[in-house]
Design a protein around this ligand. Structure first.
Ligand code: MGD
Ligand code: MGD
Ligand code: MO
Length: 763
């Protein structure tokens, strides 16, 4: 059955313009683009004031990505990037979505707008309510909103009928209070964006190294002999990482990038912090670019490992770190026995690479001892996403490249506090010790039954086993797979609630009743009963630091996320022994509770006030693997991709453009890939285009195929691009209609947004 969808952005074209793919990333053009956004959305004077505080030790944490800030010196006015400036501009915008706006625009009318047009409407100023059968959101008081939430929650047959989602911008303080509220209410249904993001990394790293987080710090990039960047596009999604890669090169290290696309940011980079370099030729980053087929990574890694094994056999102890392997690891023999079942030539055939390229990679790895592997969604969002990362760990273990300076794991997180939210207990299956700690401190019994992750939450709402949805940030309808199916799941709810800064499609795809609760953003001053507050966040490398807003809130009706959670909890939980008012009046009290219940937060209030914050403990960084199930770092046996494409089928990955933050569309350009003013494009290999009888700029429909089901996305423009044969790329969220909900990674249950099998049909 082919499903036509209406829960996705409207399928209209915006006027494509194709330009040459630039030679380098960042540089003057990036600065110009950042300032244009700042000027248009915020105004230049206020905007520059904001940028001066961005990522500074006394300022606020960038609401963009989770890349860390330097521990020591931070450059004045420049610890941000083009896309960080866009994220700030988006939040600090002059534009307002007021009750009058909602009175003038029905939900149906708003549904006709694209995500870009919706976002440009501005910040939401007041709590809004949609009554059953209503066509427009209406103003509601905060007390009225809290009472409606309390009444709906208390009328459910079981607390497990409620879903409490979190996106990764929520501060540690808000997240901690939120999970406490949800667990006191009686459920572990705490799915989060991490379920769609680095869940595969957490699963793989926890099992193999005893910590679901990366092991390196920013300084390690200066000491690495070799950095391998796999399945990641830092030029767009983590631009400040290019500075770290530049430092690796400056110190004589080498870089290999593994990607189906020749992403510009990985080729050449012009340092933005030094105006003298703006118009120069920049630094070449990748020494070797491996243009792997989508999901060819396990095959590639296995081929490399086999080549390394050959060398090791000839000269034992020169390629592998046998001492480390013997002392610190388990499972080496069975891993090697499994590896030897494979054949290098067959493996290389699966990667789409030449023998020479793979040999070159193996030599670079053989010759070096301090290796960092970085990765993001190109490795996690596959059926064998956990295998991808475990195979990366196998490589690092063989080389003894973990737990020492200049070496280790670097999963590059997405949302700016997604890692912190998990540390604070946002997870549907927190370990027993965490639950015991909060039970003891707050004197209650938290539920032990595991809750729903994102995929299971959608299923539960679809099957009407869950009837209440609350989104702490995010855009659940558009970020999740299978847009139309998910939309139906949300529509099945009695009440959908969104705590948001800006209007998005999830406000328009609603339950019988719906609420939008507007919150303060990172940039804004957060004043509570005891005075002005700061919040804390954890970056991708486990540094906890504070973030202080500097702007007057855009509306007097906004509440902080923390205050909203306290308000909901107080209204809902009549018998709670927690003093919700006191906690939201003074965030130091929340931090005291964190200190008492989560390891690593000793003297939290004191240490977080030290400029730059502090590192959380990290056993892998300390070369200690005693907390894995075996007490050692574990080798694992992993599977190559089992996806077989039939005739006329292609593999499709869904990726981000340079002008978006997940479902927030800043603009319509993808400058680094040469596409301007259009998002409905499908990148294809020229030979595939020829063989399919298509031409550049043809209009096509895409149909995805999964377990006999078909899903349709209409009207995409064919773009010839440098991409391996049988591989294609489209943009997220337009193509999410094609991602089957039940296509998930083994173990982590993460949707496979980078392995979608499609056919392409000319219109
Ligand atoms: N400006 C901006 N910054 C962001 C975001 C944003 O939307 N905009 N999003 C944030 C979030 S939440 C996240 S998780 C990160 C995402 O950061 P990324 O993971 O860099 O984002 P994607 O666009 O999903 O890009 C995935 C990359 O993996 C490659 N790839 C896809 N499939 C494969 C594969 O099978 N193998 C290999 N080796 N490579 C593959 C793609 O070509 C692409 O370069 O960025 C964060 N930062
Ligand atoms: N096909 C496909 N799907 C994907 C991905 C992919 O690569 N391909 N990537 C996945 C990944 S990695 C992720 S992380 C998810 C992202 O999923 P989400 O985190 O759910 O989505 P976002 O688009 O980041 O959420 C944007 C909304 O957050 C709200 N917001 C912004 N700032 C704040 C704030 O400070 N507080 C609050 N309360 N709200 C705020 C705004 O209203 C905005 O509309 O999407 C996933 N979906
Ligand atoms: Mo993410």
């Amino acid at each position: 059955m082919i499903k036509k969808t209406i829960a996705q952005p409207p399928e209209k074209f915006t006027g494509i313009e194709e330009i040459e793919v630039p030679h380098s990333a960042v540089g003057f053009k990036a600065i110009k683009s950042a300032l244009t956004y700042i000027n248009d959305e915020v105004g230049m004077v206020k905007g520059i004031g904001l940028l001066a505080k961005l990522n500074q030790k006394d300022g606020f944490d960038c609401p963009g990505c989770a890349w860390p800030d330097p521990d020591e010196k931070r450059s004045f006015l420049a610890e941000y990037c083009e896309n960080g400036a866009k994220a700030v501009a988006e939040e600090a915008t002059k534009n307002r979505v007021s009750p009058v706006f909602f009175a003038l625009n029905s939900i149906d009318e708003l549904g006709q707008l694209s995500d870009y047009e919706l976002g440009k409407k501005g910040r939401i100023t007041n709590p809004m309510y949609l009554r059953e059968g209503g066509t427009h959101y209406e103003e509601i008081s905060w007390d009225g909103a809290f009472e409606l939430i309390a009444k709906t929650l208390n009328e459910l047959e079981s607390p497990d009928e409620a879903i409490f989602y979190t996106s990764g911008r929520t501060s540690n303080e808000a997240a901690y209070l939120y999970q406490l509220f949800v667990r006191q209410y009686g459920t572990n249904n705490l799915p989060d964006c991490s379920n769609m993001c680095h869940e595969s990394s957490g699963s793989a790293l926890g099992e193999t190294l005893g910590i679901g987080k990366g092991s390196v710090t920013l300084n390690d990039f200066k000491h690495a002999d070799l950095v391998i960047v796999m399945g990641q596009n830092p030029g767009t999604n983590h631009p400040r990482m290019l500075t770290a890669l530049g430092e690796t090169k400056e110190h004589g290290g080498k870089i290999i990038s593994v990607n189906p696309l020749p992403e510009v940011g990985l080729k050449n980079f012009i340092e933005p912090q030094n105006p003298l370099k703006w118009f120069g030729t920049g630094t070449d980053l990748s020494d070797l670019f491996l243009q792997v087929k989508i999901n060819g990574d396990v095959a590639l890694l296995k081929a490399i490992l086999l080549l390394l094994l050959e060398k090791e056999k000839i000269n034992p102890g020169t390629v592998f770190d046998q001492e480390f392997i013997a002392k610190q690891t388990l499972g080496y023999e069975s891993f090697i026995a499994d590896l030897e079942k494979y054949n290098v030539t067959d493996l290389i055939a699966q990667t789409g690479l030449s023998h020479k390229e793979v040999v070159e990679a193996a030599e670079m790895i053989a010759d070096n001892k301090k290796i960092i592997v970085c990765w993001a969604m190109g490795l996690t969002q596959h059926k064998n996403g956990v295998d991808n990362i475990r195979e990366v760990v196998n490589l690092l273990l063989l080389k003894g490249s973990i737990g020492k300076p200049g070496a280790g794991t670097c999963p590059v997180r997405g949302h700016s506090n997604v890692q912190g939210d998990r540390t604070m207990g946002i997870w549907e299956k927190m370990p027993e010790q965490f639950l015991e700690n909060i039970d003891a401190y707050f004197d209650f019994k938290s539920p032990r039954k595991h809750g729903y992750d994102v995929v299971k939450a959608i299923e539960a709402m679809h099957e009407k086993k869950a009837r209440f949805f609350l989104g702490m940030g995010g855009n659940f309808n558009s970020a999740t797979p299978d847009t139309e199916y998910t939309a139906q799941a949300l529509r099945n709810c009695d009440l959908t609630v969104h705590i948001s800064t800006k209007i998005n499609r999830s406000h328009l795809i609603h339950g019988k009743e719906a609420l939008i609760l507007p919150c303060l953003g990172r940039t804004e001053i957060d004043t509570q009963a005891s005075g002005d507050q700061f919040v804390t966040v954890e970056n991708s490398m486990g540094v906890i630091s504070k973030s202080v807003g500097i702007l007057e809130p855009l509306s007097s009706f906004l509440k902080s996320e923390t205050a909203i959670v306290a308000g909901m909890a107080k209204a809902t939980l009549k018998n709670s022994k927690v003093d919700w008012d006191a906690l939201s009046a003074n965030y130091d009290l929340i931090r005291n509770a964190v200190e008492a219940t989560i390891p690593g937060f000793d003297k939290f209030n004191e240490r977080v006030r030290i400029p730059g914050g502090f590192y959380l403990p990290n056993n892998a960084r300390e070369n200690d693997f005693s907390n894995t199930h075996s007490g050692k770092a574990n080798f694992t046996i992993n599977e190559t991709s089992d996806v077989v494409l039939e005739k006329e089928q292609y593999m499709m990955m869904t990726i981000r453009t340079h002008d978006q933050y997940n479902t927030t569309i800043y603009g319509l350009n993808d400058r680094y890939r040469g596409i301007l003013n259009e998002r409905r494009v499908v990148f294809m290999n020229q030979q595939d285009i020829d063989e399919a009888g298509l031409k550049k700029d043809d209009l096509v429909d895409l149909i995805s195929h999964f377990e006999g089901q078909e899903r349709l996305a209409e009207k995409f423009i064919v773009i010839p691009y440098s991409i391996p044969r049988s591989c294609t790329a489209t943009y997220f969220p337009e193509a999410n209609v094609l991602v089957p909900l039940h296509s998930k990674a083994r173990i982590s249950n993460q949707p496979t947004s980078k392995t979608v099998i499609i056919t392409i049909h000319r219109r």
